[in-house]
Design a protein around this ligand. Sequence first.
Ligand code: SAH
Ligand code: SF4
Length: 473
Amino acid sequence: MKPSLKTLFPSGCEAYVKACCQSFTEAHGRRPGVHIRTFGCQQNEADSERIAGMAEALGYEYTDNPEKAEFILYNTCAVREHAELKALSLTGQLKHLKAKNPHLLIGICGCMVAQEHRLDDIKNKYPYVDFLFGTASMEKLPEYLAIALKQGKRAFYPDAEYGIPEGLPVRRESTFKAWVSIMYGCNNFCTYCVVPYVRGRERSRRKECILEEIRGLVKNGCREITLLGQNVNSYGKGLYEDYGFAELLSDICKIEGDYWIRFMTSHPKDASHKLIDVIAAHSGDDCRPKIVKQFHLPLQSGSSRVLKAMNRHYDREAYRSLMTYMKEKIPDVALSTDIIVGFPGETEEDFEDTLSMLEEVRYDAFFSFIYSIRRGTPAEKMEQVPEDVKSRRFARLLDTQNRISREKNQEYVGRVERVLVESVSKTDASLLTGRNEKNRLVHFPGDAALIGTFAEVKILTADTYCLTGELVP
Ligand code: SAH
Ligand code: SF4
């Protein structure tokens, strides 16, 4: 018979891990290190910040250097094969660290290992991975760590239930930018996508919890809050009768302060005029807070036929009319989108429809992906487009959007933009890097003391991906 957790840890798993960290600290003169590497989307980033917060509360100290860690965790992504292969290859490289450090625990969590075949891969091919868990159960981290530390046996905890983590400590990467998850999971089952299988059904956080979290962030000087959900437009479904994303946004805007509100991702089938009206009402230049005049609305394909096969529940016309309403209400809105190239059955004509939508909408930016087969999804069984055709179309798509982005960026030259200063530029230490409300990257010379504040920058030059300017005194 398996001993119960209570027998193993009479004073609790948390107390046990804390005691282990304490004795490590006494023996080594430093706290044990924790290092987390995050793959994929912002939701994973947000989850990792909570996992790091829990580890620190247990007695670990965060380190950017895996060589100095006693606990390494990879938070993985499953949306495309490329992300999985990268995570697996980097997991392979952890073997030598395990050999060097007898105290090292290695954990893998996130969407990749929520798939049975990947869980088996880790079990069978990576014997130095100590434990594995789905992120829906991340609040059980003390239990996973306690069992690994006490028993030294490998353990696998795929998500059995999908809850809503509340009240967990969080170690935010930034003091002035924050992710706030408003809902988890997805009910949409787009035929290419693995997310509903690995993140469970949609569930929304209670509005009081979200508002309280934002109030705390604003009080601490946060300048940008990004609301996260796989489909933020269906916020509140199953929880409230008459309270959805538009109402939540309105309530957030009542929390006074000089900060920007972003959100992602909206699904076109649920993006309503009511939502656009709320954005329009709170995105004026004198609004504080301000909903940014930037709207990310994934199109995926410009062909109604392909959209149907993707199970997206809107067609080209419906998407177009949303865009028209958006531009009518907020004429200078910046638009961005996601596009998949080479979805099964995509013909040359379908692809031309996507290109023509790019020309018509004139997005400021986009994220484009070559279709990647996901095991267990309906599109896996559909007739696939040859790789060379996908690559050729992808290159044409990039050329088209890059030209449009370049042209749109040129329009900024001569204007003064409000920029949230983020860091010293990675490529030139004399420059600061920030973003304007429309999410354009802006470089300009300035003092690092400006990081975390809003600055007024006059734009002098522009290229495809960024703007360069000078501070307005
Ligand atoms: N919930 C969000 C984003 C989910 S994943 C939404 O619906 O927009 C982010 C993007 O990855 C998607 O918008 C889609 O463009 C892309 N994507 C998802 N599955 C993919 C696949 N199998 N191959 C290529 N791209 C994919
Ligand atoms: Fe995937 Fe579609 Fe859900 Fe987005 S809405 S997560 S693309 S299934």
